[in-house]
Ligand binder design. Structure first.
Ligand SMILES: *Cc1c(COP(=O)(O)O)cnc(C)c1O
Length: 389
């Protein structure tokens, strides 16, 4: 019997031990033993899928991976120590000297560093294309282009990229389409359905959902994941079994959590949209969002992130953070607790004003990761600090 993917995210598990425990055990071990030399030989020769060493595979890590594979509708997956190690593995497994990467210009900060600083060290070229304008992407494709990389919704500007169009472009030019699905989660959208070959995640955010552990995962086509497995098996960015155990439990509540995160976020976005201290507010499921129609067609909810621009600019941004009474001031997102951040004075402060403009970080931009507290309390805190901006 094949179950719904939400059920699979709850029910897929490692084999029971002789204790017949209901919850999944944690296999906190670095290596696995063999009965004899023949069994060991066969495992090392890849003739069996016996576990050898936790850098290669581990039952607890496999459970988390299998649940993510089910949620994303993928063929296979590999879990990593962080979102960044997932992204780096997805690049290094397929790009070589002389290859070209096409990426949307609004990417997570550390991803930007990998693309612009480290890939060129290995002779890998890149072109940034406008996230909001896929028409200009095709003209940027070169004979040596190998991969298209994108995030949607983007961080922190919440631009929506048309996955259907990106999937068609990748197929037409025989490119690997690699999508960071961190912001939407597989509850919000499943890029593989639109032709993505690889989906990468920071499990640190919504997948954990409680701000406890770092983790990452890559899912996608079987033959591509095999390449990633070979890369990771040798280079060692594998996920800790302990973190995998935590993340695997988290996936059991992902669907209900994302439903509430999104409902809270929509309510707050609607309540703040016309606020006199705010010049614009962006949330994918508000009709005012520039790519609202695309968001509605490819996403099943608007997600838990809202961003808006304070009329008072940089100064108001700092005051907004300073006068918060409940919302957390922290760099993370996707937590049960609501979080506010002001990129221009924190995560993106080192960029020049021109660079900030290029990635749409305006001086008064505030990003809210809407948590699971009662929506009245979240809104109340935002309204009282807005009064002081
Ligand atoms: C946080 C984040 C990452 C990096 O993940 P880590 O787990 O912090 O390494 C990558 N992409 C996006 C969109 C993120 O928000």
């Amino acid at each position: 019997m094949s179950h719904h993917r939400i059920t699979q995210a709850i029910r897929i598990r490692t084999d029971r031990t002789n204790e017949r425990e209901h919850s999944s055990p944690l296999f906190l071990t670095s290596s696995f033993t063999f009965d004899d030399s023949e069994q060991m030989r066969a495992a090392f020769a890849d003739e069996t899928d016996d576990n050898i060493y936790s850098r290669f595979s581990n039952p607890t890590v496999q459970e988390f991976t299998d649940r993510m594979v089910a949620l994303e509708g993928a063929e296979d997956g590999f879990a990593t120590a962080s979102g960044m190690s997932a992204i780096v593995a997805s690049f290094m497994s397929f790009l070589k000297k002389g290859d070209h990467l096409l990426s949307c210009n609004a990417v997570f900060g550390s991803t930007h560093t990998i693309i612009t600083k480290y890939l060129p060290k290995f002779g890998i070229e890149y072109t940034y294309v406008n996230a909001g304008n896929p028409q200009e992407w095709e003209a940027a494709i070169r004979p040596n282009t190998k991969m298209i990389y994108l995030e949607t919704p983007t961080n922190p500007g919440l631009e929506i990229i048309d996955l259907e169009a990106a999937g068609q472009l990748a197929r037409k030019h025989n490119l690997i389409l690699n999508v960071d699905n961190c912001f939407a989660t597989p509850i919000g959208q499943t890029p593989i359905q639109y032709g993505a070959d690889l989906v990468v995640h920071s499990a640190t955010k919504w997948l954990d959902g409680q701000g406890r552990v770092l983790g990452g995962v890559i899912v996608g086509k079987k033959e591509l994941i095999h390449e990633i497995y070979l890369f990771c098996r040798s280079t060692g960015p594998s996920l800790s079994p302990f973190n995998a155990w935590v993340l695997s439990r988290s996936l059991e509540t992902l669907d209900v959590r994302m439903e509430r995160h999104s409902a809270n976020a929509l309510h707050i976005a609607q309540a703040l949209e016309q606020h006199p201290k705010i010049s614009w507010l962006r949330y994918p499921f508000l009709p005012s969002h520039p790519q609202h129609a695309i968001a509605r067609s490819q996403m099943s909810n608007g997600g838990g992130i809202i961003c808006f621009e304070l009329k008072g600019g940089l100064d108001s941004g700092k005051k907004f953070l300073d006068n918060l009474q409940m919302l957390s001031k922290t760099a993370n997102l996707g937590d049960t607790r609501s979080i506010a951040s002001h990129p221009a004075s924190t995560t993106h402060a080192k960029l020049t004003p021109e660079e900030r403009q290029l990635v749409n970080i305006t001086p008064g931009l505030i990003r809210i990761s809407v948590g699971l507290e009662h929506r009245d309390d979240i809104l109340q805190d935002i309204l009282q600090t807005l009064d002081k901006c």
